[in-house]
Design a protein around this ligand. Structure first.
Ligand code: UGA
Length: 432
């Protein structure tokens, strides 16, 4: 079965490469010619573990192709996965322009029956709106069904998440489309995973509520961490105990500088906005957004308090991406914190194992370093803002030799207070 994937961001590339790796014939489409050139040469335009190898392997076996020519790709495929961006527009409203443009482009070349599977995160009701748009622009005898098949991949572990999903969600009212989507997943052995087969609207709602629930857990733990600091408790033991209760679940209980990335912040804002549009307030989602912004301020306030002032201090930021194993800095807590520190007159040395290039595009005022030790030279405070493995392995004695004042703010709790104090650091953690 030939499959077309529209959009070559993290989601589209991982879906396309994994489907090709499972034996399908896949063609990935993007309007960005430079990106397609990079992909055709077997390189990955994003940092995602295992992705470049998978692209190279499947290009070589001719199961994976990249193109800018959408009409041919759509015409020759029976299933089209939509994986274009749905960024946050004004006031939390989702910008659907890429989805709607793709819908019109697809409509122009629907010949024979097609299944259009929406993989992007789209507001509830989008599948229905898309059906209308395609009907409007397609030939009168066009035959197609829209399936809502939200993705639950996390940056940094996306390939493993695709191959070992905790569940598949398939929203459609068409038995024919459902059978075709199941056929797509059959060779990948995904059909023995828990599967929720439901309506389009329900599938769309599941995606937003899943991300909002994850964000809620993180924000809950961030507030718990702040309380722990105030009362002298240890948030790590609290998280351990909560996680051992299967009703609560062990994941997403790590406190830190707040959640970031291109999904959680946008999706929580969108859900609260969508609820308002339907005349019902989703107050917990609104609160999660507030708590998350406040958590970044907490980090800046603790730093200022420890140093007396931020003006003219040299601060080292270790980790800039919104989480490890990605070069994505969108809505990264580290970037928000960096801007706040700069605005109060601090000078910043920054190091990230993969995200320096992306970060420099957004905040050129920081001094970027290719190794963490040079970034610590003459520093008044070293802050760990993303828990990269490379930072866990840091030679802390060397860091101590390089800094001006041995202050360590370990916002992700990757080090132990006792060890840091033994080394002579003044240590700040999150909630412990
Ligand atoms: C998130 C969801 O986890 C995926 O299931 C979903 O498919 C994806 O959004 C999406 O909608 O596309 P992602 O944004 O890649 O994935 O990353 P997460 O692992 O969810 O991390 C988001 C943020 O939460 C990061 O800034 C991370 O540092 C933070 N976080 C995560 C914590 O602060 N504490 C935790 O315990 C876990």
């Amino acid at each position: 079965m030939r499959i077309c994937v529209i959009g070559t961001g993290c989601v589209g590339l991982v879906v396309g490469s994994c489907l090709a790796d499972g034996g399908h014939d896949v063609i990935c489409v993007d309007k960005d010619k430079t990106r397609i050139d990079v992909l055709q040469s077997g390189r990955a335009p994003i940092h995602e573990p295992g992705l470049a190898d998978m692209i190279t392997r499947n290009l070589a076996s001719n199961r994976l192709q990249f193109t800018t020519a959408l009409p041919d790709a759509v015409a020759s495929s029976s299933i089209i996965f939509l994986a274009v961006g749905t960024p946050e527009g004004d006031g939390g409203v989702t910008d659907l322009s890429q989805i709607m443009t793709a819908a019109r482009d697809i409509a122009a070349c629907v010949d024979g029956y097609k299944v259009i599977a929406i993989r992007s995160t789209v507001p509830i009701g989008t599948a229905k709106a898309l059906t209308h748009t395609i009907r409007q622009f397609a030939p009168a005898d066009a035959s197609f069904d829209i399936v809502s098949n939200p993705e639950f991949l996390s940056a940094g572990s996306a390939i493993d998440n695709f191959r070992n999903p905790q569940r598949l969600v398939i929203g459609t009212s068409s038995p024919r489309a459902l059978a075709m989507i199941q056929e797509v997943y059959r060779p990948l052995d995904l059909l023995d995973r828990p599967m929720v087969i439901t309506t389009n609207e329900t599938a769309e709602t599941i995606k937003y509520t899943a991300n909002t629930m994850l964000a809620l857990k993180i924000s809950f733990m961030n507030e718990t961490a702040n309380l722990c600091e105030a009362v002298g408790a240890d948030v790590r033991d609290v998280a351990l105990a909560l996680g051992l209760d299967r009703r609560l679940g062990a994941g997403f209980l790590q406190p830190g500088p707040g959640f970031g990335g291109s999904c959680l912040p946008k999706d929580v804002a969108s859900l609260s906005q969508q609820a308002l549009e339907h005349g019902c307030r989703f107050q917990l989602a609104e609160t999660v957004i507030e708590v998350n912004s406040r958590q970044r301020r907490v980090v800046v306030d603790k730093t200022r308090k420890a140093l007396g002032t931020l003006a003219d201090k040299t601060i080292t930021l270790l980790g800039l991406s919104f989480k490890p194993d990605t070069n994505d800095v969108r809505q990264s807590p580290a970037m928000h914190i960096a801007k706040a520190l700069l605005s109060e007159g601090a000078s910043i040395n920054a190091y990230d194992p993969a995200a320096n290039v992306e970060a420099r595009k957004v905040i050129p005022e920081m001094h970027y370093f290719d190794d963490p030790y040079s970034a610590c030279d003459g520093s008044d405070m070293v802050m760990v803002l993303t828990e990269w493995r490379q930072l866990r392995d840091l030679d802390l004695a060397e860091v101590k030799r390089r800094v001006r004042c041995p202050n360590m703010y370990d916002a992700r709790n990757i080090f132990s207070r006792q060890r840091m104090q033994e080394l002579g650091f003044s240590y700040l953690g999150t909630g412990c």
